[in-house]
Design a protein around this ligand. Structure first.
Ligand code: ADP
Ligand code: ZN
Length: 243
């Protein structure tokens, strides 16, 4: 990079070769336990690849916020750390993938979370490029430690605090108020983890034998995980290009 261009921004575009910055059909799915960093990494990837970040948890939380019929159906389930019904989330994702901005690819975050959801997604993607699946692996003790400190910006959705001793009170991106998610209380975190092990972890076996499956170590720093995830995304798309 030419000198004098100022500090480099540490985001995914730095890790993505220039030719890949134009829209390409990268169909990416991030999986991993709550607190693995899916949301943070998915935002960086979506920005880098210029594709929409589709997070079913965010869509559901917005619906709860707006007190829509969907939100009213989902609120108690989410507060208990349980999963919203397959038909509901499958419908949400099906609608979202049909919007024009998803035609050149997407980063899915938090979906699929059950085998029936994964089967429905495969059916939806029938005529698209293969799905690149990246599993972000983190141990339970680390997850509980992280989520107890996690804060989310109420204004822009930026996630902070997992790495700091004491989470800041203002969003570093927009100055908005940082809040704790209701389901980040320890008892709910334990329930989410157990739901993850029982219902979502089996997806690793569902995807494991595909050439587009990758697993990365999610216990590293955010930037290190970002590099590994970008690498995995390219690995997956290289498989696609030669296939
Ligand atoms: P995390 O990955 O940190 O647990 P998310 O924001 O992805 O959090 O999800 C929050 C909650 O939203 C989940 O605990 C669940 O209740 C609901 N939810 C999100 N995605 C799905 C899904 N694909 N299937 C069922 N429930 C979902
Ligand atoms: Zn913010």
């Amino acid at each position: 990079m030419a000198p004098g261009r100022g500090p480099r921004r540490s985001n995914i575009t730095e890790l993505v070769p220039r030719r890949a910055r134009r829209p390409m059909a990268l169909n990416l799915m991030l999986m991993g336990p709550p607190g693995a960093g899916k949301g943070t990494q998915a935002r960086r990837l979506a920005r880098g690849f210029r594709v929409p970040h589709i997070a079913t948890g965010d869509i559901l939380r917005e619906a709860v916020e707006m007190n829509s019929p969907l939100g009213r159906a989902a609120a108690a389930i989410m507060d208990a750390g349980q999963l919203v019904g397959d038909e509901i989330v499958i419908g949400i994702v099906r609608d979202r993938l049909q919007r024009p901005d998803a035609a050149t690819g997407f980063v899915l975050d938090g979906f699929p979370r059950t085998v029936p959801q994964a089967e429905a997604l495969d059916a939806m993607l029938d005529r698209r490029n293969p799905l690149v699946v990246i599993d972000i692996a983190v141990e339970d003790a680390e997850i509980i430690r992280r989520l107890s400190k996690r804060r989310v910006c109420a204004a822009c959705g930026t996630i902070v605090g997992a790495a700091e001793e004491t989470p800041p009170s203002e969003c570093p991106d927009c100055g908005g108020a940082l809040v704790q998610r209701r389901d980040d209380q320890e008892s709910v975190v334990r329930e989410r983890l157990s739901v993850y092990r029982q219902r979502t972890a089996p997806l690793i076996d569902y995807y494991r034998n595909r050439p587009t499956f990758r697993s990365v170590d999610g216990s590293l720093t955010e930037d290190e995980v970002a590099a590994a995830v970008a690498d995995a995304a390219h690995g997956g798309s290289a498989v696609r290009r030669t296939a």
